[in-house]
Design a protein around this ligand. Sequence first.
Ligand SMILES: O=C(O)CCC(=O)C(=O)O
Length: 386
Amino acid sequence: MDTITTTTLSAADHAQVMAEYSRAGEARARALGNRGPIRFGADGKLDPAILDAYWTNGFYVFEGTVDPEELAELRADVEDVLARAPAEPGSSVDRNGRPALGEGIIKPPYRLAKPLSDSLGGTTKNNGRHPVAMEQPTLGKDGPAWTVELLDGNLHLMDACLRLYGHPGLLAVAAAINGDDFVPYNEVTFVKEAGLGPSVAWHQDGTTHWDAADWDPGAHGFNFMTQLYPSTAGNCVWVLPGSHKLGKADIKKLAAESGSDRLDGAVPMLSGAGDTIITNRQLLHGSFANSSPDRRITLNAGFFPRRRVLGVTTRRLTGVVETYTEERIAERSRIIQLAIDARRQRFPHERAYDYRPLAGQEDQNRWTEAAREALLKNYNQRDMFI
Ligand SMILES: O=C(O)CCC(=O)C(=O)O
């Protein structure tokens, strides 16, 4: 068998099937031993046991990175942006007839989708990296026509996200994984509303370095995924642990062997609200239609090793070909320093992170209203991708 058959399940039946699939997956996830708070040794370095667990499994759940006060600010900002989403794709007004958010923003901040749908699986979109279609449960007839599935450009849309981006513990983790001179990727929000959230078909994120002579398990960097609500088996991203070390996965074969999109051996990345999951971008991952009663909102912020970006020419998922120069990287990296300063102003008791590549340039990258306009607005035009 080289294909799988997708059936037409009701949302309730899908939730039932997922619950059965989840039992074993949850047990496997709990047994991996890859969760706990961010911990540093007496030498100031990230606990080697954390690094070990990350490199073994391809992900690690950092518990309690965001305290309740910051979590409330993040949730409020996301809520505000969601309330101002266009009522349907291409609309200039929100559900209440007010102008939708987007004035002066070049890259569309919202992506909408049909509830419980899969717009990528089994298509050639995104360089064909999602070869298998996911189950698309049918929605009850009273469901909405559209749901927001993604926000793009978190840092200029939401001040609380800018402050989170400057989190000293998370930035120290980025340095421990990618080196002190780590560089930014992008920042997006995955929105999986209860009973509506679309799936993201199984894929691996990197597209550039798979065949490189010096390829390694960290070649395409990682994503931080900060959870604003609990990340449950029914709504979360599932992964195949260890797959980041094995090169390109044959996703069609795995699905055929499993007999469905519910891959054998996969585990849910479970976490509480306020936790941050670090996920290797080469790890095979995907999320199912959210037929569960629980909402998931995930703030993604990705980072790369500099040597995997500098001077690299690559094709983005949009098909655009780009080369990442020293200037491009330096300009985009200023947002890290801006975020560190925004965080320092909001949480002055914390020890601010020292971002080595911009040491000595703190004064040129202070967080002010002028910097919002001059540096931050449309910063995501300079996002990089490998
Ligand atoms: O959050 C999700 O559902 C999907 C995330 C994902 O695929 C990614 O970050 O590459």
